[in-house]
Design a protein. Sequence first.
Length: 230
Amino acid sequence: MGRVPCCEKMGLKKGPWTPEEDQILMSFVQRYGHENWRALPKLAGLLRCGKSCRLRWTNYLRPDIKRGNFTREEEETIIRLHGVLGNRWSAIANKLPGRTDNEIKNYWNTQLKKRVIQQNHYFLAGKMSRYSRLQMVAESSSSSAEVIRDGESVVGFDDYRIYAADRPEFTNIERPAGSQDDSFMIDRRNESAEYSKLHFSAINGGNSIRDDMVFWYNIFINSGTSSQGS
DNA sequence: AAGCCTATCAACCGCAATGGT
DNA sequence: GACCATTGCGGTTGATAGGCT
């Protein structure tokens, strides 16, 4: 016998919550907490499954939820964190007090994603293990990329060639010979890709791989700003 | 005013992760 | 370690509000 979806059990209600149900759930959680979502609906006298109760509480009834439009700062934070974390909505929500993962996900999918794609610039962001976070920004009008790492130069970048370990089409990413700054060339043959996750490694003279310099980037089309603070 | 289309977002579903036995 | 129950997460759906013709 296959698994029975929890809400298909007899008599359990689905769909939008009524104000009465909200009130019952809120009163119960405030009085007794929510240590066991599975048991909660029965104890509270709700004809809902525990999963539905938990979702309603975390996404709507929780007292610390922030209402209203996202601020410019919140938008920028979401864009930046999405660049680093991808679709890890709960991790992004942890950095935005009062916002839920569901809300952020919806906002990204309906507003931010479109906006970011419309504006034809590349933005690369990521982090390096052991080292502080690294950001790279590439102008769409050129094939160069600027590298900023928390306001300081990238450690030992002179000697390293950067390549995308799991994306052969991106292997031509290297620092121009003799370059004195932190720019490097990037081959964008896959420019049509709306979004790609790249895994870069840094190697020294084609020999030893510096594990401590392995880092991940997300690449996606971003707003017209040519650099991102951190 | 009516019908259609689109955008939004609350809620659901299925799977993965976690914890207990 | 295996199994099961429960929780958490991310993708997706569907109701509906609002805009457009």
